[in-house]
Design a binder for this molecule. Structure first.
Ligand SMILES: C[S@@+](CC[C@H](N)C(=O)[O-])C[C@H]1O[C@@H](n2cnc3c(N)ncnc32)[C@H](O)[C@@H]1O
Length: 299
């Protein structure tokens, strides 16, 4: 392999990784080629039953904490299910017990909203007792990104309201007036590969091109962004090394930030006026700098 992959995040931006029957095969392939890669898999933990999770844990045991399953448990009991629709808190807890018993490394990720923030300490205690490796709390990035105070919708005859006041406040505090782009991907030396095999600088550019954030790009910025969504950016067409070596394309994106007429709005939204901290990252509270072999438990 020409490039070394330090960290692979299988976060299912479009879906749920544990529903892919080849997940284990893919992980093992990466570990065989590059044993030191830290692999993180995001899941809602509500798929499958305990036996599947225990087997998964057993099969990952040899890799210790270099493979981490990040499970989204956003509150206790029905509080969790208010955002995580159609998942079952008690089944997730049973699944995680089985996974940890099998020998897997599990990280509890808690997305904080107004309705669940009081559960934070109790959740940490449960995580500690159950043998989770780490506990990550992060704010929901959705409402602040959409500049909304709340989200109200109907679900199975009930009205559900989601608020994230603290995230909105933090976001406002962190908004600065300069529009210098501090590119997350460049800083982290990270790329995003979609499930179709297209290589983007980040998942936000992919989502924005799909219309997820409702941004209207200028003709100039759109032309630059679109170069990341064409066939030549596909690992099936060109191969990862050739795509990464195509310096012109990456440089063009970087140069675009100097001009308002070409600077992509999506870059401004995620890496410009706002700082990264309130957004959707795994490394907000994780022990990344201490390396994947960290042996101690959450504190
Ligand atoms: C869209 S999910 C898909 C992966 C998996 N199905 C899951 O539930 O974790 C990808 C990542 O985004 C996180 N996420 C989901 N909703 C979020 C929100 N409102 N704010 C911040 N992160 C969120 C998830 O916890 C997960 O880490």
């Amino acid at each position: 392999m020409e490039h070394s992959i330090k960290k692979l995040t299988i976060c299912g931006t479009e879906s749920e990784p544990t529903l892919n029957n080849d997940l284990e095969k893919m992980i093992k392939y990466i570990k065989e080629k590059q044993p030191s890669t830290l692999i993180r898999i995001s899941t809602n933990g509500s798929t499958h039953k305990e036996t599947w999770w225990e087997d998964f844990g057993k099969n990952l045991k040899q890799f210790k904490s270099t493979i981490q399953v990040i499970v989204g448990i956003d509150g206790i009991g029905t509080n969790h299910e208010r955002y995580r629709l159609n998942t079952n808190y008690y089944q997730i807890i049973k699944n995680m017990q089985a996974f940890i018993k099998g020998g897997g490394t599990a990280v509890w990720q808690f997305i904080v909203f107004d309705h669940n923030q009081e559960d934070l300490n109790a959740a940490k205690e449960i995580a500690l007792k159950m043998g989770f490796y780490d506990f990550i709390a992060k704010y929901s990035n959705y409402l602040s990104r959409e500049k909304r105070k709340e989200l109200t919708f109907k679900w199975k005859g009930k009205t559900i309201q989601l608020k994230s006041s603290e995230a909105n406040e933090l976001n406002e505090k962190q908004t600065n007036n300069s529009s210098n782009i501090e590119c997350y991907s460049k800083q982290k030396n990270e790329i995003f590969i979609s499930y179709k095999g297209i290589v983007y600088p980040c998942s936000w550019i992919k989502s924005s091109l799909k219309g997820s954030y409702g941004l209207t790009e200028t003709e100039g910025s759109l032309n630059i962004l679109k170069k990341f969504s064409v066939r030549e950016a596909s690992i099936h067409q060109k191969g990862i090394n050739a795509i990464l070596k195509d310096k012109r394309k990456w440089q063009e994106l970087q140069d675009s930030w100097d001009e308002v007429s070409t600077s992509p709005k999506v870059c401004d939204l995620y890496c410009g006026k706002r700082k990264h901290e309130t957004q959707c990252y795994f490394d907000i509270a994780s022990k990344e700098n201490e390396g994947p072999e960290r042996q101690d438990k959450i504190n």
